[in-house]
Design a protein around this ligand. Structure first.
Ligand SMILES: N=C(N)NCCCC[C@H](N)C(=O)O
Ligand SMILES: O=C(O)CCC(=O)C(=O)O
Ligand SMILES: [Fe+2]
Length: 317
C-alpha cells in the first residue's frame, strides 16, 4: 500500500544569516517539528534555479550513451563522473537509474584521509551541456550555506550552542548526485528489481530536489510502513544521514528510503548531500546520551572512513 506522507514543512530562513544568533525558541519552533524527514522551504533559493538544475540534468541524460561514457567514473577516480544504467549497486542488486556524481573539490587536508585510495581523490568530470558547470557550482554554494544553517538550527534544538557543529562541518565534503530514472517497467537485466534500493544516507543532511514525478521516492515511517515522499513545489525534502543519527544516539534517526519509479516519465532527482568534514570524529553527544539512558547505540566513526566504506561498494566497474 502507498500512503502519502505529510512531511513537516520547516522555514529555515532565520538561520541563513551566519552572523546572527538565535534563541532556542526560534529553533525549537523549527527543528522540533522535524523528527527524521522534513521539507525545507525558506531556503533562499529561487524557483528558477531549481528549474534550471533539473532541466540541465535532463539535457545531459538525453545525450548519446557514447557522449555520457566519455565522463564515466571508470575514466576518473572511480567515484566522480557518470554511471550508466544498472551500474549503481545497492545491497547486491543493480539499481535501475543512471547518475552523475560531483564532489567537493579535493584539497590537501582531504588527501590525508584518503591517502590509501584513489577513490574520490580526482577531479570532477563535467558534461559538455552549456552552462551546466556554472549553474551547478553556484547551486552547490547555496546548498553548502543551507547545510550550515540547518546544522545551527539543529544544534539549538539539541540544547547546544548555535555553532556547536561548526568545526565538524566547516570543510564539508559534500556530494551531489544527478540521477535519471527511466520507468522500472522497462528495466532489463537479471539482477534488477528496483530503481534505487533501500538505504540511509551517509552524512549529515540530504537536500533532495525532485522533478514533478509522484509516487517514486518512499520513506520508511516510524510505524514501519513505506510512505511516499512526494515533491512539494519550491521545497526540498531533507533526509537525516548516518552522522546525525550517531551524534544524537538515535534521537534523530537516519531514515531508510528507496525509489520505485513505475510511471511512464523519465524521472530526474538531484540530491545534495551536506556532509561532515572528512576528518570529523562522529560520536554520541554527552547531552544526547543522557537523554537516551546512557547507552551508546552506534559505533563512532571518522566520517571519511565511513564514506569510503560505503562508496567502495556502490558500483559495478
Ligand atoms: N551519498 C549517498 N548517500 N548516496 C546514496 C546512494 C545510495 C545507494 C548506494 N548504492 C548505497 O548502497 O548506499
Ligand atoms: O531519487 C531520489 O529521490 C532519492 C535518491 C537517493 O536516495 C540517493 O541518491 O541517496
Ligand atoms: Fe538516499
Amino acid at each position: 500500500m502507498n500512503l502519502n506522507l505529510n512531511l513537516p514543512l520547516i522555514d529555515i530562513s532565520p538561520f541563513l544569516k551566519e552572523a546572527e544568533m538565535h534563541t532556542d525558541s526560534v529553533s525549537n519552533a523549527i527543528a522540533k517539528k522535524a523528527s527524521a524527514e522534513l521539507m525545507d522551504k525558506g531556503h533562499g533559493i529561487e524557483d528558477s534555479k531549481f528549474k534550471e538544475i533539473l532541466s540541465l540534468a535532463r539535457e545531459f541524460f538525453s545525450q548519446s550513451p557514447d557522449e555520457k561514457e566519455k565522463i564515466s567514473i571508470t575514466k576518473g577516480d572511480l567515484a566522480r563522473g557518470y554511471q550508466r544504467l544498472g551500474q549503481n549497486v545497492t545491497q547486491y542488486e543493480n539499481d535501475w537509474h543512471e547518475g552523475l556524481d560531483l564532489y567537493c573539490p579535493i584539497n590537501e587536508s582531504h588527501k590525508k584521509i584518503f591517502k590509501d585510495t584513489k577513490i574520490m581523490t580526482g577531479e570532477n568530470q563535467w558534461p559538455t551541456v552549456k552552462n551546466f558547470k556554472k549553474t551547478y557550482e553556484s547551486y552547490f554554494k547555496q546548498l553548502d550555506i543551507l547545510g550550515r544553517a540547518t546544522m545551527r538550527c539543529m544544534a539549538l534544538a539539541l540544547g547546544q550552542e548555535e555553532n556547536f557543529f561548526l568545526n565538524s562541518v566547516d570543510n564539508s565534503f559534500w556530494v551531489c548526485r544527478v540521477i535519471g530514472y527511466p520507468p522500472l517497467t522497462k528495466a532489463v537485466g537479471d539482477n534488477v528489481g528496483i530503481s534505487c534500493g533501500e538505504h540511509t544516507d551517509y552524512g549529515c543532511l540530504t537536500f533532495l530536489l525532485q522533478d514533478e514525478t509522484k509516487d517514486a521516492l518512499q520513506v520508511l515511517s516510524k510505524s514501519g510502513e513505506w510512505v511516499n515522499g512526494n515533491p512539494v513545489p519550491g521545497a526540498l525534502v531533507v533526509n537525516i544521514g548516518d552522522c546525525i543519527n550517531i551524534w544524537t544516539n538515535n534521537i534523530y534517526k537516519s531514515t531508510l528510503h528507496r525509489v520505485i519509479h513505475k510511471s511512464d516519465s523519465y524521472r530526474i532527482s538531484v540530491p545534495f548531500f551536506f556532509e561532515p568534514n572528512l576528518d570529523a570524529k562522529i560520536e554520541a553527544l554527552e547531552s544526547c546520551l543522557k537523554e537516551t539512558g546512557g547507552e551508546v547505540k552506534n559505533k563512532p566513526v571518522i566520517y571519511g572512513e565511513h564514506l569510503l566504506s560505503k562508496v567502495s561498494k556502490n558500483f559495478e566497474l
